[in-house]
Design a protein around this ligand. Sequence first.
Ligand SMILES: Cc1cc2nc3c(=O)[nH]c(=O)nc-3n(C[C@H](O)[C@H](O)[C@H](O)COP(=O)(O)O)c2cc1C
Length: 353
Amino acid sequence: MSADLKLLQPVKIGSIDMPNRMVMAPMTRSRASADGVPNKLVAEYYWQRAGAGLIISEGAFPSAMGKGYVRTPGIHTEEQTAAWSNVTNAVQGAGGRMFCQIMHAGRISHPSLLPGGATPVAPSAVTPQGQVYTDNGMLDYETPRALETEEIASIVAEYAHATSCALDAGFDGVELHSASGYLPEQFLSSSTNLRSDGYGGSVANRARFPLEALDAMIDVAGADRVGIKIAPEMGFNDISDANPRETYSYLVDQLERRGIAYLHVARFPGEVDYFELLRPRFSGSFLAGVGLTRDSGEALLRENVADAAVFGQLFIANPDLPERFRRGSELNTADPDTFYSPGPEGYIDYPPL
Ligand SMILES: Cc1cc2nc3c(=O)[nH]c(=O)nc-3n(C[C@H](O)[C@H](O)[C@H](O)COP(=O)(O)O)c2cc1C
């Protein structure tokens, strides 16, 4: 029975041959240094999970201004790049494959996290409701500075630079983080983009920045090594769009023309079932995630809703998740108290079978 699991059958995604269809979701774990350098623990954590068909790294910032949380890693300096190459060597040495998720947090940040106490940047000066975790405890978000039109090209160039660092570090490809209320989604969404230049207003204008960032990544890595993550109607980080069906249909039609490796959709309950809406619009590989189990992930593949299933918390708690699925074994449960805490506890100490 288990041997027949579609989850455990090989698939090609972009230029990547995956031995199974189980993808480890990008997950921030906050174990890097203050300079955004991932240490040995990080290499060990990902190495333990190399049995995944594909690992997508935690979000890594493409410039110091893109950092959104304490102890998150970057992918733009030589030191960060060298440290990530230890991670990819460990994963690939164990037979795995790994993409780097490039994440610019935009307004979901705080001056205490940014160079010289700078104000976070965003498409518009719209203050996020809520609080940010800093070294001085929880603080309210501040009003971001709206980017000047002329500045935007330099942020797009940061995505290209980060992509070339990621390839230098040995990653197999890169994923644009265009979900969870960070910079690309801030441009895409009507609640956070009040611009009147070519980057705001119509859907085509709001989608311009994420697509330019993606194109910059494609120019460096090639389309078959680039993916994108979206999470329509997730609402995380105080973001919303007036017409998400229209916005995401447009975005995905543009993705379709680019021939990228995959579209990764984190599905949340809302007006629309985004697997139903978007799968038919996109002929590349479709990665589906959020709340999946062995059975529900398997069903998505069997019903041809997706080509691969993305697992987050299950991979945190079960480093050998594919093997556990194969054997139908019991699963460990993830402990949220150690998701973002420093150190090995709750990070590299979940027991394999
Ligand atoms: C601890 C933690 C950190 C996360 N960090 C990120 C991140 O850096 N980038 C991202 O795109 N999603 C992030 N997510 C969301 C996951 O990628 C995934 O969409 C989510 O966990 C739902 O999948 P699951 O139900 O299988 O856990 C994070 C989730 C968790 C639990």
